[in-house]
Design a protein. Sequence first.
Length: 117
Amino acid sequence: QVQVVESGGGFVQSGGSLSLSCAASGSTSSTYTMGWFRQVPGKEREFVANINWSRGTPHYADSVKGRFTISRDNAKNTVYLQMNSLKPEDTAVYYCNRYTSTRDDYWGQGTQVTVSS
């Protein structure tokens, strides 16, 4: 069974930086993308960034372009999100997502990111 486990996050002042990591375990050969979504109470979960697992091509939401960087380590089945120039509106629970070639979604438990103004 595939598990997706996040780490990182926390509290930072506006303009600061945080990093997240997410490791997938189990059968991961069918990974198509891995990435990050975020959610605040009362709102839908929104896409932040993902990376094509074989090509390494990143995609970003417009709201984080130029500030966030996603990267991967295929050997470790791990994806990273470096978040710079953080804003209060980046405050959310961040969820790691693994999407497979068979169109299955796997989600982590979520990690809180809080940016104070």
